[in-house]
Design a protein around this ligand. Sequence first.
Ligand code: ADP
Ligand code: MG
Length: 269
Amino acid sequence: MNAETKIDAARVDLLLAELRLCGLKQVWASIATLSDKEGWPAARFLAALAEQELAERNRRRFARNLQEARLPPGKSLETFDFEAVPMISKAQAHALAAGDAWLGQGANLILFGPPGSGKSHLAAALGLALVENGWRVLFARSSDLMQKLQLARRDLALESAIAKLDKYQLLVLDDFAYVARDQAETSVLFELISARYERKSLLVTANQPFAEWGRIFPDQAMTLAAIDRLVHHSTIFEMNVESYRRKSAVATARAAGRPATRATITNSI
Ligand code: ADP
Ligand code: MG
């Protein structure tokens, strides 16, 4: 490298640092060496640099979005056994994981099923796949989120707390039916549902079908209005299958030669 090239290289480093293109600062020299060796036209060299920067930005964005999504670890579509829930096909789940068809319109997804049927797993797995596809997701236990919103309301900041959740194209409300049932809490829930209606998506998991929701919202008009908004643009999966936990406990027990009933009692939920 002659003196002039060295000065140019130093300037490039300074300029890239000034432009905050730190990823590019690490790699541009090796791409430049390759480009010189292969005799690339300038446009090809520039395209290679731009591609590199874009890939790096996507990687950083994914890491950030994954961290903020607060997904339960280890739950992916790859580890989800679709044979256990014949009412949902792998193809359907993968279509939902692309996101475009529903998140773009603020449509919802509702998963019903008894405890252990895989609702949280599927919700987390879809969340992860959506983050991988560039969407912003927040996975929350319904009761935790409602508590936060209730505190915000006490501080007269409910509206802005709900508005802050707008940055998530998907908000997962896990265990919807478990939220406490006092009037104040249920109305923040209602306000959240209304605020996101037809704009931003919700994925709700619940043990109880709609018929039981009267116990979540104390006021029947509010129950109906909430259900109406949730289902208007939605896909509903009824995962009426045996508990996966229980099934695998029974299978383990059988393999160990123990009676299934005993294993069911000791290992279930
Ligand atoms: P739910 O939320 O419906 O109560 P979970 O999603 O928490 O049920 O499932 C209970 C456990 O069983 C979790 O460890 C989950 O990973 C596992 N599980 C449930 N369904 C499946 C499935 N179809 N394939 C793989 N694991 C499953
Ligand atoms: Mg669950």
